[in-house]
Design a protein around this ligand. Structure first.
Ligand code: PBG
Length: 324
């Protein structure tokens, strides 16, 4: 064969493959989601997410030392409150579980970047992300509660807030409230394209946030819709989003790609709980090689255009990357 072009030349050995590699996962890309709960001396592994735990505050601080040691730059905080009510009062209480966790994290590790998830679903007794009246999840009345939540997180010392509720207009409402309270330097990482996904199942066990009636389809996006994701993201950008989250990640590579191309803002891919659970379950059965599959999935998100990776695999990934 008289072949001039032979792509295999650049795959012939480990060195040349390393030299022409186009994308890389770095420890600096990683954001580790963590769950905090009341109590003392508690570290409860989430059954459907092996390796992921709900921590009481003292255990949370202990766990942070590992995050910092591994040089993971950021965590994303979720709270499990003492009690829930219709108005999600635990979400914006000055001494709520997330607010206290933020204070502790910043006191012990000032250079760890602390991001908080801003939503009501972990704090409402009905488990929805907004205020409910007559079985309807109300949009506009919810905005004030979200804004108060974001301000309370910033007041506790959060470096960045990440609204995940999918109410219309919430990024603008949160931006305005943050600015009013002197937090104009706190960026908003908006879950802009967040789909109503079956992949969130294990998270709802971890955060105790499953809706008690109905589902989230009236506010989270319909999975088949890509154009709508662009319109939804454009609104968040207009309203002041500094970074964009696409969620879930694995089945949504096109959305990651289009978001990066169209808006040019930093994009975070959220490698969600169900995606994590599938890998862990298959690996535990010996059906796939965990490290290889995790790193392939993460670099795939980078190749699609993600700058940041929110992933429950962060500790393992950092260990593997630091090992070189
Ligand atoms: C809260 C929220 C959810 C997730 C992040 N923030 C749950 C949901 O929307 O039901 C899911 C994260 C995951 O599955 O890892 N609204």
């Amino acid at each position: 064969m008289n072949l001039k072009k032979r792509p295999r030349r650049l795959r012939a050995g480990a060195e040349i493959r390393r030299m022409v590699r186009e994308n890389h996962v770095r420890v600096d890309d990683l954001i580790y989601p963590m769950f905090v709960m009341p109590g003392k001396g508690q570290k409860a592994e989430v059954a459907s997410m092996p390796g992921v735990c709900q921590y009481s505050l003292d255990e949370f601080v202990r766990a942070l030392s590992e995050v910092v040691e591994l040089k993971i730059p950021a965590i994303l905080l979720f709270g499990i409150p003492e009690s829930k009510d219709a108005l999600a009062s635990g979400a914006y209480h000055e001494h709520g579980i997330v607010q206290e966790a933020v204070r502790l994290a910043k006191a012990h590790y000032p250079s760890l970047y602390v991001i908080t998830d801003v939503c009501l679903c972990e704090y409402t007794d009905h488990g929805h992300c907004g205020i409910v009246r007559d079985g309807v999840i109300l949009n506009d009345p919810t905005l004030d509660y979200l804004a108060r939540t974001a301000v309370s997180h910033a007041a506790a010392g959060a470096d960045m807030v990440a609204p995940s509720d999918m109410m219309d207009g919430r990024v603008g409402a949160i931006r305005e409230a943050l600015d009013e309270h002197g937090f104009e330097q706190v960026p908003i990482m908006a879950y802009a394209a967040k789909f109503a996904s079956g992949f969130y199942g294990p998270f709802r066990e971890a955060a105790g946030s499953a809706p008690q009636f109905g589902d989230r389809r009236t506010y989270q996006m319909d999975p088949p819709n890509g154009e709508e994701a662009m319109r939804e993201t454009a609104l968040d950008v207009e309203e002041g989003a500094d970074l964009i989250i696409v969620k879930p990640a694995l089945a949504y590579g096109d959305i990651i790609y289009r978001t990066k191309e169209r808006f040019g803002l930093p994009v975070a891919a959220y490698n969600v709980s169900g995606e994590y659970a599938m890998v862990k379950a298959a690996a535990a059965n010996g059906w796939i090689e965990e490290e290889r599959v995790v790193m392939e999935a993460l670099v795939g998100m980078k190749r699609a255009g993600a700058d940041l990776l929110i992933t429950y695999h962060a500790l393992d990934a950092a260990r593997w990357l630091n090992r070189g």
